[in-house]
Ligand binder design. Structure first.
Ligand SMILES: [Zn+2]
Length: 539
């Protein structure tokens, strides 16, 4: 087995909760039960894990297999029955122990690339059955070779806001690292001088045998003058706390440079359970004239380890002392509700949505093309949020029947297009709960999704064909619902968002072969714009 990802990796808004097993770039590999037990849950999602299956084992663990292409035939037929019963492609089914018992090695499904997977692989996860926490799957003795130690790539020295300096500046400094006789360090001659409260971060990855994929490290420890100041271990977390990855990593660095930094300190509202020892939350208090010998140790589950060594010289400069000095912006305390209001705009940030105190910024700039309002610049997209904030903006004057079509949009410069962030009309305002700060403006979404038949799908003679396929796309708020009826009866259309694909597989047990059939396909977007494709075909 070769892995393209492991447990605890820093990903977009979450820690990776399993291991990603390579499948040679192909789908359809047999997936087997790792131990005796029973199928406890089957979930079919358009996004996320796609088609997944959960097995409960007698020793208190649950194994989870995601992005499956399809289930074993008898399981597949059972799932299909439920989908037809509930008239829904997406289902979450909990099963009884007697329904599909398994023995170790039993074939259960085929590997695939369904849901939010962007290349064939098997997502495999171990969970504690009691609390459903994902657990580091590499600790279960699977045959995965790893003789390669973690590799440090970048060191970051940052200051607590207004409380310190690094090399004479209050800006974060980064240093590329080199390996010298097996020990990572800064290049010879690098100046590392600091004053006040200093915060350390590192970019470090683990690598496994036989692949070049960057994986996550298992443990990280920092020692200053041989005193442990910080430690973390990637054994277990809960899905509820997985979003705190945005506090653990330097989020602004992630979205600007793509670097996946592990902070060797804890932000005030970071509630992850991965931390062990935290002296002063991992923040270094630097005194003038002192030397700080820092040693950072990274290990992987196989026991390989790497060390990073460097020394910080204490200089005079800003001293730590006063708490939470924020130089500019509206001061917002992370642990209380914050409301910012102008004549047309209200920003409500609930308590514990921020990870640390903030100097909040707000401005309005000119509307972009197609927008019905100015651009409201709500702070900085580089500041992450644990909970959504509520943005309310005075609605532009539109025809009353169009009010439900008002949405907030952001501009995606990379794609040169507007992206809908949702929104609804309430008491003269457009209101949305948003997970990201940024520049929002108001636009109208009145255009229904497009439905394009592929290879003449849905009309004429379809005899001998295996499936009907359609491309479905939406210009702004995105596909919300999709429903197909054949001969006035609900039929299973499977939606694959990453390929904009809607597929119906002909099922001779549910429609009568050799006849003319009537097809109705309804596709709507998030603002309720509906398109209907109505045709007939022979099959
Ligand atoms: Zn995965």
């Amino acid at each position: 087995m070769y892995l393209s990802g492991n447990f605890g990796e820093i990903r977009a808004d979450h820690f990776h909760s399993g291991i990603d097993i390579k499948t040679q770039g192909t789908t359809g590999h047999h997936v087997f039960a790792i131990d005796k037990g029973y199928v406890s849950r089957i979930k079919v999602q358009a996004n996320g894990y796609g088609k997944s299956i959960y097995l409960v084992h007698p020793d208190g663990y649950t194994s989870v297999f995601g992005h499956l292409d399809r289930y074993r035939d008898d399981i597949a037929e059972y799932v299909k029955q439920i989908q037809y019963q509930r008239k829904s492609h997406q289902v979450d089914i909990y099963l009884e122990p007697g329904q599909f018992p398994v023995n170790k090695g039993d074939f259960i499904a085929y590997s695939g690339n369904t849901g939010g997977s962007f290349g064939p692989h098997l997502h495999f996860e171990m969970r504690n059955s009691g609390n459903q926490h994902p657990i580091n799957a590499l600790k279960f003795g699977f045959d995965i070779k790893d003789h390669i130690a973690p590799k440090f790539s970048t060191l970051f020295l940052d200051v607590s806001p207004g409380q310190g300096q690094v090399n004479g500046t209050s800006e974060k400094q980064s240093f590329n690292l080199v390996s010298d006789q097996g020990i990572y360090t800064v290049p010879w001659g690098t100046r590392l001088e600091a004053a006040g409260d200093i915060r350390l971060g590192v970019e470090v990855f683990d690598y496994l045998d036989g692949t070049s994929n960057r994986c996550g490290v298992y443990t990280l420890e920092a020692y200053v003058n041989e005193q442990l100041t910080f430690s973390q271990v990637m054994d277990e977390f809960s899905f509820v706390e997985s979003r705190y990855v945005n506090a653990h990593t330097d989020y602004k660095e992630l979205i600007t440079s793509g670097k996946k930094v592990h902070r060797l300190y804890r932000l005030p509202n970071d509630k992850l359970r991965i931390y062990g020892h935290l002296a002063n939350d991992g923040i270094l208090k630097i005194s003038e004239g002192e030397a700080y010998v820092v040693r950072v140790v990274a290990t992987d589950v196989a026991g390989n380890r790497s060390e990073l060594h460097f020394t910080i010289s204490g200089k005079s400069g800003i001293r730590g002392g006063e708490d939470g000095v924020i130089a500019d912006g509206v001061v917002m305390k992370y642990n209380q509700e914050n409301i910012f209001e102008t004549r047309d705009v209200k920003v409500e940030i609930p308590a514990d949505a921020l990870y640390e105190d903030l100097g909040f910024h707000f401005s309005v700039s000119k509307p972009g093309p197609g927008a019905l309002s100015g651009q409201y610049v709500i702070h900085d997209p580089g500041t992450p949020l644990q909970k959504p904030f509520t943005l309310s903006v005075k609605a532009p004057g539109v025809n009353p029947e169009l009010r439900g079509k008002l949405v907030f949009v952001t501009y995606d410069a990379e794609e040169d297009k507007m992206v809908s962030e949702g929104g609804e009309y309430k008491n003269g305002m457009v209101v949305a709960r948003l997970m990201k700060f940024g520049s929002y403006q108001i636009a109208l979404d009145t255009i229904a999704p497009e439905i394009i038949p592929l290879n003449g799908s849905g009309s004429g003679n379809q005899s001998g064909k295996k499936s009907l396929r359609f491309t479905i796309t939406d210009d702004l708020s995105g596909i919300d619902t999709y429903e197909g009826y054949i001969d006035n009866r609900w039929a299973l259309f499977e939606y694959d968002p990453k390929n904009d694909l809607l597929t119906y597989e002909f099922d001779g047990s549910r429609i009568t072969e050799g006849q003319i059939h009537e097809l109705e396909l309804y596709v709507s977007d998030s603002q309720g714009n509906l398109n209907l494709l109505h045709t007939s075909f022979t099959w």
